[in-house]
Every structure is written in C-alpha cells, then in structure tokens.
Write a protein that binds this ligand. Structure first.
Ligand code: SAM
Length: 268
C-alpha cells in the first residue's frame, strides 16, 4: 500500500497495542498504518494525537500530509481529495493516448496527482492544472510549483489561458462523478473529510463531465484526447455524452482496480 523504508521513531511506541487499536477501529491495513503513524510522530504525545484522530475517522493521508500515487509521494492537505489507487488506470490510459511532447491540462486536478505523474511520464511541452476549490489549488501548487507547472483556479476551462483553446493534445479530468443521492452512502472518511465539490456529480453523476466534454470539444486540438474516470455503470451514458460532443470514446476497465476510464478523441 505504501513504500517501505519507514524510518525508526525517536521514542519507544507500543506497536502491538497501536495495531490492535487501529484494527479495532476498522483499519484494514492496521500494521502498515501503525508504522506510518509512528514514523510521522516526533514524540509519544504526537503519536497519541495522530492515532486518536485516525481512530475518530480522519483519512490516514490527511494525517500524514501525503498519499502514495503511482509510486510518487503526493502532498494532500486536509479537505483535499485523496488520490485513489483506481485513478492509476485513468493516468495510464491518458498517457497511452498522448503523442510525443504533448500539451496537457489536468482539469479538476485536486492535489495535482495526475499532473505530477504525467510530468514524469510524458515530457510534455506544456503542462498545467486547474481546479475550482482554493484548498485544492493551494495543495496542487505545493506539488507542482517545483516542476514549474502552473495551477489555475476557477470553473473548468475558464481560468486556462485562452491561447491554448483548440491546441491541447491531452485533457485529463478526474471530475466528481458520484450521483448526489449516493454521496450519503460513501465511506465517512470521504463524506466527512473531503470537500463535497470533489465528490458530488449531480443527479446522475455526469453533470460536471457533460460540461467537461463540451469544453474538451473546444479546447482539444484536432486529434487530441480527453481522458476521464467514471463508474462502470455510468460508462455507456458517458459515451453517449462524449459522442454527442463530437468526440470518439473508448472505454477501458480494470477489474482488479475496480476502475473505469474513458478516453475520447477529437477527430482530426
Ligand atoms: C474526484 S476529485 C479528483 C481530484 C484529482 N484529480 C485526483 O484524482 O486526485 C474532483 C476535483 O474536481 C474539482 N472540481 C469540481 N468541480 C469543478 C469545476 N466546476 N471546475 C474545476 N474543478 C472542479 C474538485 O474541487 C476536486 O478537486
């Protein structure tokens, strides 16, 4: 789940007791979590505080301040969407669709996890990220500023410099896609600790993605690709939306990751 090589703590925690507490609170990877929390604490008191907050339901990544994504350590601030393992499929599908030295936009970027990975994989000639949530934008800037990648704040394509309209080779967008009625059924870690704007995709979950599709038809270069994530149950309806926007969709699914990604090409 997380990279090995965790440093020793500067004090002597009771690891078995910690593991038991985490396990009793429902943490599936209690042993890994115990090691990570021990490594994150600089005193016994700090460790107790971290474990108390974890047991009370805080996402582990918000306590650590980072998440592992595609082998990279991505900073994640409180309230910001924690990058999910399933999104590795979206990033791989996006990378596979891109040609050499592409111009890339990570829309609905959250922490900027996808942009961070694509920067390393694609050698893009231009890469930027954008999100509507100021907390996500601040977090993405922390992750991406060292790479010289700009992060814009605003609604979908609105804050992106207009000179890139019709010139983007790849738009990757893990937009919110949970139907409004299903948000209440999500695990408490997501429901209570991630921003509603990161989860709620409207009545059928596709409200934001409809607008992403319409925008992509305008912002992609001919031959460019949009790459988005949905649930498998939504993929058919999403393909109809993408086709209606003049794009040509392809669905990829990974059973093990429980992940579905759709790439959609703007015809040349
Ligand atoms: C499911 S999260 C994904 C975050 C990130 N791409 C990831 O995979 O970790 C969706 C993100 O979309 C952003 N978002 C929602 N509506 C938006 C909009 N209209 N314009 C831009 N960003 C939006 C949220 O703030 C949130 O960060």
């Amino acid at each position: 789940m997380f990279p090995k090589g965790i440093p020793m703590a500067p004090f002597h925690p009771d690891r078995p007791a910690l593991v038991s507490r985490l396990r009793a609170a429902g943490c599936v990877y209690a042993e890994d979590e115990a090691d990570l929390l021990i490594a994150a604490a600089d005193s016994a008191e700090a460790l107790i505080d971290l474990v108390d907050r974890r047991v009370a339901g805080r996402p582990l990544e918000h306590l650590l301040g980072w998440a592992e994504f595609c082998g990279l350590r991505v900073a994640v601030d409180p309230g910001v969407f924690v990058p999910r393992g399933r999104t590795t499929l979206l990033v791989s599908a996006a990378a596979a669709a891109a040609g050499p030295a592409p111009a890339v936009l990570d829309l609905c970027c959250g922490s900027g996890a996808a942009a961070l990975v694509l920067h390393g994989r694609l050698g893009p000639r231009w890469l930027a990220a954008a999100d509507i949530d100021p907390a996500a934008v601040a977090c993405a800037r922390r992750n991406l500023a060292p790479l010289g990648v700009p992060v814009y704040q605003g609604d979908l394509f609105a804050p992106v410099p207009s000179e890139w309209r019709g010139r983007l080779d790849l738009v990757v967008a893990n937009a919110p896609y949970v139907p409004s009625g299903a948000v209440a059924l999500m695990p408490a870690e997501a429901r209570l600790h991630e921003a509603p704007v990161a989860l709620d995709g409207g009545a059928d979950g596709l409200a934001v993605l409809r607008r992403v599709a319409a925008g992509a038809a305008e912002w992609l270069a001919p031959g460019g690709h949009l790459a988005v994530e949905v649930s498998v149950a939504q993929s058919e309806a999403l393909c109809a939306v993408l086709t209606g926007a003049g794009l040509v969709p392809t669905v990829v699914h990974d059973e093990d990751l429980d992940a579905t990604a759709v790439t959609a090409r703007r015809p040349a």
